[in-house]
Design a protein around this ligand. Structure first.
Ligand SMILES: [Fe+2]
Ligand SMILES: [Fe+2]
Length: 240
């Protein structure tokens, strides 16, 4: 039997959209073992908006595992946002992993927000101004955290969860000019370093759903504007 993983990103909750996802979420236990949230849970990263996320995605029949996105950092309220989500039972990952036991096997999820920098052959490098070095070093640190968290998982099915994209495939539809701000090939390298069954990300609202890492790992952009449903469900066989 396969494990069943539901995922959505970029739900960008605010009080005006409360209830949008809830009818589908209330049926989630019938079709999935876990729900992954791929960042940009809020619009401006306020605790008030996080309370809306907690109301919408709290108290579900299945565990909810999330990473934050760039919008969730905007108001410098990350600690409060994280606390509010955790109090609703949502697991927030930033360079960590978690496992979910199911009748079909143990699902391992390693998560990190990720960052930009671009893709192999056209990527930013840590050269020149300190600001440029800081930008690239943040990408490198995030990818390293993801790689470590993936390697440390003890599971039957291993999943990488990020907000930023690990490959350019799923950015198709976005303007080429902003690709360096949508993801980093370093995340793809981290995913390929360990046997991973699925890589989930968001952030690319105008991108497309399907891609693959150079090592052959399925990548899925689950940004809500892309999947146009409350969540997508993936069925994965044991293969770790
Ligand atoms: Fe977004
Ligand atoms: Fe984003």
């Amino acid at each position: 039997m396969a494990v069943r993983v539901a995922a959505v990103g970029d739900v960008h909750m605010g009080a005006d959209v409360l209830g949008r996802y809830r009818p589908a979420l209330d049926e989630l236990g019938e079709c999935a073992d876990v729900l992954l949230l791929a960042g940009d849970l809020t619009r401006h990263g306020t605790v008030d908006e996080a309370a809306c996320v907690a109301q919408e995605f709290g108290g579900l029949d299945v565990p909810v595992v999330a990473v934050l996105g760039n919008h969730d950092y905007h108001s410098d309220e990350v600690a409060g946002v994280t606390k509010t989500l955790q109090e609703a039972g949502i697991t927030i990952l930033e360079g960590e992993g978690t496992t979910v036991e199911t009748a079909s096997g143990r699902i391992g999820v390693a998560g990190a927000k990720g960052f930009g920098g671009g893709f192999a052959g056209r990527c930013a490098t840590a050269f020149g101004e300190p600001e440029m070095k800081a930008f690239v070093e943040h990408s490198e640190a995030s990818a390293a955290k993801l790689a470590k968290a993936l390697a440390e998982l003890e599971c039957d099915v291993r999943i990488a969860l990020t907000h930023y994209a690990p490959v350019p495939d799923t950015l198709s539809g976005e303007p080429l000019e902003i690709y360096p701000f949508l993801g980093s090939y370093l995340l793809g390298e981290a995913i390929d370093a360990v046997r991973t069954q699925l890589a989930i990300h968001g952030h690319a609202h105008a991108g497309c759903e399907r891609g693959m890492t150079p090592g052959g790992v399925r990548v899925r952009n689950v940004a809500h504007p892309v999947i146009r449903q409350a969540y997508s469900v993936f069925h994965l066989d044991e293969a770790c």
